[in-house]
Design a binder for this molecule. Structure first.
Ligand SMILES: N[C@@H](CCC(=O)N[C@@H](CS)C(=O)NCC(=O)O)C(=O)O
Length: 246
């Protein structure tokens, strides 16, 4: 099987797919685009402007969930979805929530943070295969890039404050799935990969360390993604927006 994965460095749904490929022991190559250039390139190549996209022996698939489902058909072992119908439905429900609720929230938190602190953006290119952009250049292009990305992701000052305030409630929900055995088993399933990638990216923000402290979902994210490029120091997110750690 010839597999080419189309990504943006640091993109959490791209990390989800890459981890699935690794778990299944499939070899692949990566084509990485710089944001926001990927939108036009992906639209041209896949008909949809988002990453991840994948080409498997010429077959094009766009979207992390569709890709994981296809990978599971092509390489069933180890499975990303349980065989039992009820367990499978629960994993898919959590995976869909991770894709539709948590994943966009992460983008709505990330881009306004980068807009306010362009110097932090440079930390997130650590895992990139593209040549590094010097910090002065990054500071120059950051207003344009972050404005385009905020628009594309419907991120506003209001959504920023709301998303940060409600984060602990979302983490409670994930911890509930872990307690119920839907997520967090020894072998990672599709919901683990989808949700843990988002959590791991949020955990690169030192301001969230108290919110994540001692949570089973934080352990899962670290187990799933031991390494995560990027670091946002304390103060990247205004303290006034942070909810009480308790
Ligand atoms: N939820 C979809 C979409 C992923 C997505 O929105 N990816 C972002 C990068 S993390 C993107 O390409 N955004 C560009 C855009 O919204 O046009 C998936 O999991 O594949």
């Amino acid at each position: 099987m010839k597999i080419r994965l189309f990504t943006v460095g640091g993109s959490h749904p791209c990390d989800t797919v890459e981890r699935a490929l690794q778990i299944k022991g499939l070899s692949y190559s990566v084509v990485e685009f710089p944001p926001p250039m990927h939108m036009a390139a992906m639209k041209l190549l896949f008909g949809a402007r988002t990453v991840p996209g994948i080409k498997i022996d010429g077959e094009k698939i766009s979207g992390s969930r569709a890709i994981l489902a296809r990978l599971d058909e092509l390489a069933p072992d180890p499975p990303l979805f349980p065989a039992d119908q009820a367990a499978r439905a629960a994993v898919i429900a959590a995976e869909v929530w991770g894709d539709e609720v948590l994943q966009p929230l992460v983008r709505r938190v990330l881009w306004p943070s980068f807009k306010a602190h362009p110097e932090v953006m440079a930390n997130y290119s650590a895992g990139s295969k593209l040549p590094p952009v010097p910090v002065p250049v990054l500071k120059l292009i950051a207003p344009g890039v972050t404005t385009i990305e905020m628009r594309a992701n419907r991120a506003t000052n209001e959504s920023y404050a709301d998303d940060i305030r409600t984060l602990p409630i979302l983490l409670d929900r994930i911890d509930g799935w872990i307690a119920d055995g839907v997520m967090g088993g020894e072998q990672f399933n599709a919901a683990d990969l989808q949700i843990a990638a988002s959590l791991r990216l949020l955990m690169t923000f030192a301001d969230f360390s108290e919110i994540f402290a001692g949570r089973p979902c934080a352990d899962l994210a670290l187990r799933c993604f031991p390494e995560a490029p990027g670091f946002a120091p304390v103060g990247t997110i205004p303290a006034a927006l942070l909810p009480n750690a308790a």
